[in-house]
Ligand binder design. Sequence first.
Ligand SMILES: Cc1ncc(COP(=O)(O)O)c(C=O)c1O
Length: 369
Amino acid sequence: MASPKPRPAIESLVSYQPAFGKPPAGRPIRLSANEGALGCSPHVAEALKNTDLQLSRYPEPQDYHLITDIAERYQLEAERILLSNGSDELIYLLCQAYLDPGDEAIHTQYGFLVFPQSISVAGATPVVAPDDGMTVSVDAILAAVTERTKMVFLANPNNPTGTMIDEAEVRRLQAGLPEGVLLVLDLAYSEFMGNAMDYAADMVENSENTVMLRTFSKLHGLASVRLGWGYFPPEILAVLRSIRGPFSVNQIAVLAGRAAIADRDFQQRSSDHNNRWIPEVTSRLAELGLTVHPTVANFFLVQFDGHNGPRADQALEFFRQQGILLRDMIPYGLPDCLRMSIGTDAEMEQVIACFADLMSDSGPGASGR
Ligand SMILES: Cc1ncc(COP(=O)(O)O)c(C=O)c1O
């Protein structure tokens, strides 16, 4: 018996499956997925305890209260907001809605792998715009545009490099795209930087072709409940609404999201924690002879030279044996690097101590020095 064949685009897909690996015994320190370091607001647990959840009922297709809360928190127009099952869902839906086989969509060289995957699932062709070192190049993106280009993805700050481009560059990108090419601004990590990217909302409100994606998975620490949202020109919102599953955002996510967005103190603590550890980790790992690429997000890209110390794969395994999970960067084309999220204070002290062991004379790779 022959098994049914998926579409050719699906058969040839190199799919993005976050490889967390088999966890070591006990509870590993997971620094491999860029989740919020401090968990989530304590008000989330209270909200879930004090509610009369009706689990037998379908949730609201779009929860009015959560949308209103988001609009008030960020001074946005509520009618332009669409909630989603994580921002991943919106990336996927945008590709399904706007790409056909034969179309091209541009993503950046060291960019989030869900972009090329979603483009390919839609049957379109992902086109890579080379980065300038570890930073997105607007010139390279604009040079990659052809008459077949339908969409451009920009994560700002970018995952996995942790770098960002400034407002003038993002606006130059928008201005340089032909009319009708959709610009997707994925701001998953921007909230760690306070109001730094507030201008993106203005770019959405004053164009027909620009959308902004946001998530509760990072600063708000709610990765597990799968809650994201986007800010759209009305026509694009209507299209996405017409193709999304009606109940993709569940009641628990809505309750958690409402409690999280109201807790400004937690958001500030979470961002302060991040800003404190960025220089600390950078300088302490540099003292050990490691290269840590500059970052503005809640993770680091650590480079291993392999000649005067361990290789990235040896380091990954060394950390795994200590119960610390980092992310291997081979799928991103950065085999000499590992990505490490910022964890709690105790986790960061432990991980820095492990880096010191790793780089000591008896650490893995020592014989190769
Ligand atoms: C750049 C970027 N966009 C989107 C996401 C997905 O976020 P969500 O959990 O909301 O689906 C991630 C998650 O790692 C990310 O790094």
